[in-house]
Design a binder for this molecule. Structure first.
Ligand code: MN3
Length: 213
């Protein structure tokens, strides 16, 4: 069974970028509900309950068709939020390090160009979903948006970074001004965690090339 992970910082720690009330509702409301629902959906599937959430979503074809879409949505909601909390930090002004920094430069032309591209994707995404940075099976960095609770795991990509674009992520403070939220969000990205996730993604996909750009 899955459980709601504790935040590594206080609900008000990301102020003023993300306000305390939004964090509380988002974590203790929205995320908790995803956890409860995926546990209910899997209550009769003890073998699936044992899988780490990342593995469950990577193997949706093995999930019985009758619950597959619910697992995709509710399990997806648990995975995306668990990852989102870990990639946020109250330590402002950080930037990517190590290989991730090099690869962002090589792929997007620099960190500021990457931020521009990712922000554009996030702002233009229609409706609910997430902007993602992931590593594809060829080892390339991919910036894209996906609808609802879909994850790059569905395409055999390894997620390293995401931005929640559901209105519940910003509406209390930013109302309909998603672009303002996207612009402010960069201040609270946990680049140490994101850089580490990139290193692990590379190792997973390219066991013989670990440590090589
Ligand atoms: Mn959310």
């Amino acid at each position: 069974m899955y459980s709601l992970p504790e935040l590594l910082f206080a609900y008000d720690a990301l102020e003023p970028v993300i306000d305390k009330e939004t964090m509380e509702v988002h974590h203790k409301g929205h995320h908790k509900t995803y956890v409860e629902k995926i546990n209910t959906i899997l209550s009769k599937y003890s073998d699936l309950q044992k899988l780490p959430i990342e593995e469950l979503l990577s193997r949706l074809d093995d999930v019985p068709a009758v619950i597959r879409n619910d697992v995709r949505n509710q399990g997806g909601g648990h995975y995306t939020h668990s990852l989102f909390w870990r990639t946020l930090s109250p330590r402002k002004g950080l930037s990517p390090t190590g290989e991730l920094a090099n690869r962002i430069d090589a792929t997007f032309g620099g960190f500021s160009q990457f931020k521009e591209r990712f922000s554009e994707i996030a702002i233009k995404h229609f409706g609910s979903g997430y902007a993602w940075l992931s590593v594809n099976p060829e080892g390339e960095l991919i910036a894209e948006s996906l609808p609802n609770q879909d994850t790059p795991l569905l395409k055999n990509c390894h997620p390293v970074f995401l931005l929640d674009l559901w209105e519940h992520a910003y509406y209390l403070k930013y109302r309909n001004r998603r672009a303002e939220f996207v612009k402010a969000f960069w201040e609270v990205v946990n680049w140490a965690e994101v850089s580490e996730r990139f290193n692990k993604a590379k190792v997973n996909h390219f066991p013989r090339q670990s440590g090589v750009a």
